[in-house]
Every structure is written in structure tokens, then in C-alpha cells.
Write a protein that binds this ligand. Sequence first.
Ligand SMILES: *Cc1c(COP(=O)(O)O)cnc(C)c1O
Length: 447
Amino acid sequence: MPEPYAPALPRTAAPKPYAPDELRALDRAHVWHPYGPMPGRQEPLIVESASGVRLRLAEPVEGRRELVDGMSSWWSAVHGYNHPVLNEAARGQLDRMSHVMFGGLTHEPAVRLAVRLVEITPEPLQHVFLADSGSVSVEVAVKMCLQYWRSAGRPAKQRLLTWRGGYHGDTWQPMSVCDPEGGMHELWSGSLPRQVFADAPPDGFDAEPDPAYTAHLRELIAAHAEELAAVVVEPVVQGAGGMRFHSPGYLRVLREACDEYGVLLVLDEIATGFGRTGTLFASGHAGIAPDVMCVGKALTGGYLTMAATLCTTRVAEGISDGAVPVLAHGPTFMGNPLAASVASASVDLLLGQDWEGEVARIGAGLRAGLAPVAETAGVVDVRVLGAIGVVQLDHEVDMAAATRAAVREGVWLRPFRDLVYTMPPYVTDDEDVARICRAVGAAAREG
Ligand SMILES: *Cc1c(COP(=O)(O)O)cnc(C)c1O
């Protein structure tokens, strides 16, 4: 260990906390929120702290000071908040170093995490790029595929094929493979890369693959093979593009067609990874391995921002044998030791418990608790897969009214479009799962 660092500390007073009204006014005036205008028009709730599955608010809202989190902070906080094991991993690493550059340097936290990811993902995936967010990991995946074909002397292969209804992030290449309807493609037409879109996969995890749709996928890949670098899809669950589930059979079709026509297959497991759909990765439902795979969101148990792009040795060697024999990408915070340490601890925590049992338990609770919601006027579908519950309405949800209805039940939900949905932390107990279901029902009724 280097000498302890003990500089003389300046005697500055801690800043005085903002009163809630003041904080809200400053937030509205200066701080962008996801998909928000400036100044902000919605009133965000102020979270003071979080512990287990509960968010503690700075002031009561609808009579509630604590809310059960039905969203896992957008799929990420699978172990809940303020977890002693993850806190310990963060603190321990903080005392060693929170970050060093990754160019020319390496460290145990990054190597340990990469090795762990290679161990738990499909066997052909052997090489890991540690990125700083999901969108960046998708950018890196696309860059890998384009560069692979360039190196192979096939520079014309630079388009992507995806199916409609997807979501892959908000930076440029990921946006180009988001659903063209919900992905604001019109706003960006002319500047987004123009990709090849198949129809959305038919609904239903348990549905037999539809031969007509299978033929549609194969034909489109065959027709564009000369210009396609990769097929990029979310396996089994399309998340932010509409919370739709499809048959794993279509992934096998994509795998076969990609092999047959010489196209790489990228699976975006950023939302589905780490057990959420009932298998550790959703590709496990299909028993296939992609050429490139992205993980993120639950990777650090929701603690810090980190994602990863894994690829096969064929892809890695293809890139590295090319005219530009390097992968030309290197974010400043690549391999961040703090995030990597927490990520390893989170993966170990997950695998050290009966996560399959917990996900199945929550799924059963969601199925039972959401069944009555199907009777609500305006509800067109209720579906559950793994620890994901979705209620679809026949109208655009009134987000403010639906959120308020859930808060009144003591639950945090964030409905969008025509969907009220939940993916609770795996540590949510049966009583809280039932409470979340009541809140989804209330949001569906009042939204
Ligand atoms: C959230 C998400 C992303 C983007 O990840 P960010 O960390 O928000 O950049 C990409 N793909 C899928 C499937 C996602 O759910």
C-alpha cells in the first residue's frame, strides 16, 4: 500500500441542505431529467435515502413517506438498496482507489469482473470490453461488428437489421435500431444511419414460432446479406420499446440465418441479464450463443454505471488481424475499479443464492396479484415472465394520475405509453409483491 494520504483538510462547513421547495425549483430550472423538457414540467418526488426495497422520500406524498420500489431503478437494483455486501465492496475499493485510467494500466477489479462474465455467459464469448453505460456498450458492439467486416475485406457490410419494437439506448447507433415509431426516427431522419427493420416478433413467450414470421426474418436477412454487418435484438423481452415477450424460437431462427448468410448476431441483454426473465441470460431460453452480447443495468446491482460488451474469439481476432489492428474505442472511465468491484460482488451475491427460486417466487406473486387486474376496464393484456409484470391498457396512460395512484398504495411505479409495469428487486417479499400488484391495479384504474 502507498503511504497513507493525510493532507491537512480545509475547514469548510457542509453545505446547508435545500428545503424541498427550493430543491424542486432549482431542479426545474437547471437539471434535465430523462426525456424531459427544460424547464421541467413534472414534479419529481425527492428521494432522501433508500434501503432494502424501500425509497424514503424527503417529505410525505399522498400520505406516504416510504415507497416500495416496483421498478428496481429501471431493472438495475436487483438486490435492493443499501445492501451490506455491496456497500462493503464499494467501501473496500474506495479505500484502495476509486479510479485509474485503463490505458497502459490494469487492475484486479476489472480483470476479476471480466473473468466472471466470461464464466457465466455463453461459452463462445471470451473477451470483454468494459463500457460506462448500456448505450455505449451497444455502440461498442456495433463498432466491433463493422470493424470485423472491414478487417475481413467486406467494408460494404455496415448496416444492421433489427425487428420493430426494440430499444437499445439513446446514443446514435443504438437509436438507429430502436423502434422507428417510438424511437423518434422522424425527428432524426437524414442523420440516423438507416437500418433494416423486420416486423415486430409475434407476441407470446409460450407461442409456437409462426412459420410466416420465421420466413420473413430469413428472407430479409438473405436479401440484405451483402450489406448487413449484424442483426441486433433484445432476446425474449423487448423492454423500453413496449414490454413485449416473444418465443425464444425466433432467436434460434436468427442464429441459423446469421450463420447461413454470414451476418453477426448481437444480443442486447442489458435489461434481460442477471436472471430477470428466469434464466441467467435470456439467450438461455433459446440455448444459443450470440457473437456479441451487451450487459448493463443489473451488472452493478444498480450501484454505479457500468456495462460490458462481450465477443467471441473469432470476432476479436478478426478485428485484431485487420488493417487497423485494434478496437478503436477507449472511454475515460473504462474499467472503473469502483464499479467493477461492486459488479463482481453483485454477481457473486446473485449466484450465491437461489436466484432462480426468488425470481420464480416473485413471478408467481405477480401472476396471482395481477390476475384480477385483467378485469379492469381499459386493460387489454396482463402478462408475466420471470420477475416482470406488465399490464397493457387500451389508451395512453395518464402518467401523473397513475403514479399518484401507485404512491397512494405506497409503491413507486413509472408507467409509460399504454403500459403499467413492474420488475421488483429479487429481495421483495411476498407481502410487498402483493402491495406492488395492488398499486399496478390502482394505476391501471386511475391512469
Ligand atoms: C436501458 C437499455 C439500454 C441503454 O442502457 P443505458 O445504460 O441507459 O445507456 C440498452 N439496451 C437495452 C435493452 C436497455 O434496456
